[in-house]
Design a binder for this molecule. Structure first.
Ligand code: NAD
Length: 407
């Protein structure tokens, strides 16, 4: 019988990759599921609920993963966990594939197969497995809610007998999954919203959410989207025009949410120190790109920097601050990926190594790194073709946070 094990996550990760709901589905698909006692508690999933769904509770991480064919994690597991797994078993999680390549190589040596969910190809068949989307959506929501909570004024316009409270102005920079949810959330809270991006396809989406689109819409803008749907790095001339537009716009904004990313590159710098200095005291910038270098000049990972009365929030792991939903969605992403790896009749692990989703996410197998980009960072031979997913810059911080955590 196929065994799925789930160890506890580290102190700083409240999410978990298994919920009672997904236990039921995996057990029905023929798996035996073991989860470390208390591992779901920070997402409010009690051991009793896992047991009721058909899981076994393990007394230690070692017990949870020993003998397992598949180990499900949120973050990259420790070497101790991997060393307690049987050779040839699979680890499936958000393994932060483009940072600390040496650490990955060390895990690979144990002989386990490593699958990085961040590298899931963004094709329609894999939509239910898209962890970047499921987690970024929550990050976009949480960014706005956090900004609203810290903002010392109201967001909606209020007409009262004592006078009118003006609506706050929210500017969303980068309208991918996180940005779209940030717009929707700010709109529900009654703010006046503007948004910008370099991809023309976004213009209509922004309008449909009731926000105003502003951008430098020149010839380069018309070509800025790659075939994969991502943004290209813009030319210096475009950046200059964009900076002029943003400088003029940002000084009248109360809250700025930045989410702009370019695959495999550091986050584009969109808000300079001078722009921050032009904003009114009390304004807030939430920089969701902070883990990839940040879109705002003064942003620091994990910190709230105050400059001239403007707060620049660089919170990490925003999906982890909504852990109940983040875990539920992430666990469904994992279950959708794992179920086809199980031979339901024989109840064994039956990975189709030629499948596009398996090839896209597999980064190590049989003791070696097989992902070309990681192999290149290690200075070694090339393995599999480079994935067409978001890659982090070489300078990315070693400690991973969820995208949107997006990487
Ligand atoms: P992302 O996290 O890579 O980037 C966030 C946004 O920043 C993007 O919209 C990007 O265009 C924008 N950006 C980059 N450079 C910028 C700059 N200099 N100025 C302003 N904005 C800039 O994006 P994402 O959320 O991962 O979405 C990327 C694409 O993937 C989108 O086209 C989205 O619709 C698509 N997508 C597809 C699927 C699927 O098919 N399964 C799922 C989710 C998203």
């Amino acid at each position: 019988m196929i065994v799925i094990g789930v160890p506890a996550e580290d102190q700083d990760e409240p999410r978990i990759g298994l919920t009672p709901e997904t236990v039921r589905k995996l057990v029905k698909a023929g798996a035996k599921v073991k989860i470390r006692a208390g591992a779901g508690l920070r997402s409010h999933f009690a051991d009793a609920a896992y047991q009721e769904a058909g899981a076994e509770i393990a007394g230690s991480d070692k017990d949870a993963v020993a003998g397992a064919d598949i180990v499900l994690t949120v973050r990259r597991p420790s070497p101790e966990i991997v060393n307690n797994m049987k050779s040839g078993a699979a680890v499936i999680g958000m393994l932060d594939p483009f940072s600390d390549a040496e650490g990955l190589a060390a895990l690979a040596k144990s002989g386990v197969a490593l699958f990085a969910m961040e590298l899931m190809p963004r094709i329609s068949r894999a939509q239910s497995m898209d962890v970047l989307s499921s987690q970024s959506n929550l990050a976009g929501y949480k960014a706005v809610v956090d900004a609203a909570a810290a903002f010392e004024r109201a967001l909606p316009m209020m007409m009262t007998a004592a006078g009118t409270v003006p609506a706050a102005r929210v500017f969303v920079m980068g309208v991918g999954v996180a940005g779209l949810q940030a717009i929707a959330t700010a709109r529900r809270l009654g703010a006046i919203i503007t948004a910008t991006d370099v991809r023309p396809a976004v213009k209509e989406q922004v309008a449909s959410l009731g926000a105003k689109f502003i951008a430098v819409e020149d010839e380069e803008f018309k070509q800025a989207e790659t075939s994969g749907g991502y943004a290209k790095e813009m030319s210096d001339a475009y950046k200059k025009k964009q900076a002029e537009l943003v400088a003029e716009h940002v000084k009248n904004q109360d809250i700025v949410i930045t989410t702009a990313l370019i695959p495999g590159r550091p986050a584009p710098k969109l808000i300079s120190k001078a722009m921050i200095e032009s904003m009114r005291p009390g304004s807030i910038i939430v920089d969701l790109a902070v883990e990839r270098g940040g879109n705002a000049e003064l942003a620091k990972p994990g910190e709230i920097v105050t400059h001239n009365g403007v707060r620049i929030m660089g919170k990490l792991n925003l999906p982890g601050l909504v852990p109940v939903n983040a875990s539920s969605l992430y666990a469904r992403n994992l279950q959708a990926f794992v179920e086809p790896l199980i031979d339901k009749e024989k109840k064994t692990l039956a990975v189709n190594w030629d499948d596009e989703l398996v090839k896209g996410t597999l980064i190590a197998k049989d003791g070696a790194i097989v992902n070309a980009m990681i192999a290149e960072r290690l200075g070694g031979a090339k393995g599999a073709p480079a994935p067409a997913a978001n890659g982090a810059p070489k300078s990315a911080p070693k400690k991973r946070q969820a995208k949107g955590a997006k990487s």
